[in-house]
Design a protein around this ligand. Structure first.
Ligand SMILES: [Zn+2]
Length: 163
């Protein structure tokens, strides 16, 4: 099934943010999205509950993508979480709300986790999950088709991506 126009557009926008020179890897794309939004995105390996591949944690001032330790398909999970973020799944309203609160509450709440989305790859009845899956599949496909000196998807070592 072809990805929806919303997903195709989002993938195009993310690829447009890629550095014009040098190799384009998934973690570089995540950095580019981070710069574009003016919000830090951290990527971390973590021991998540069994059966969970990835998790997106939204804090007041940054985002964290957690990827299950030792997951062989970690690029796919990372791309999936990025998809949720750029497609705006459970993002802004909660963040805006908390920003107002933290102005009075101070530093303790600034680092308080606002929201999280936990999930795994695979068929899901939820539209947001299907969209994130389509985003991940298309992004990885298009990354793989970039000129070989620019795509480093297969060359990234885990230590580089998560160190
Ligand atoms: Zn998901």
């Amino acid at each position: 099934m072809p990805a929806s126009r919303v997903v195709t557009k989002a993938v195009g926008e993310v690829l447009d943010m890629a550095p014009r020179r040098g190799e384009v890897s998934l973690n570089r794309l995540v950095s580019a999205v981070s710069v574009n939004r003016g919000r830090l995105i951290e990527i971390r390996m973590a021991d998540l509950p069994a059966g969970v591949c990835g998790q997106w944690r939204q804090y007041a001032d940054h985002d964290v993508f957690l990827v299950q330790n030792g997951l062989p398909t970690w690029e796919r999970t990372l791309a999936h979480e990025l998809g949720h973020l750029v497609l705006g799944h459970e993002g802004m309203p909660v963040t805006e709300l908390a920003r107002d609160v933290t102005e009075e509450a101070g530093d303790d709440l600034i680092n308080y986790m606002l929201n999280q989305r936990t999930g795994c790859m695979g068929p899901s009845g939820e539209d947001a999950e299907q969209q994130a899956e389509d985003f991940a599949a298309l992004l990885i496909y298009r990354l793989g088709r970039m000129p070989s000196d620019r795509s480093s998807l297969v060359q990234i070592r885990l230590g580089e991506a998560f160190g």
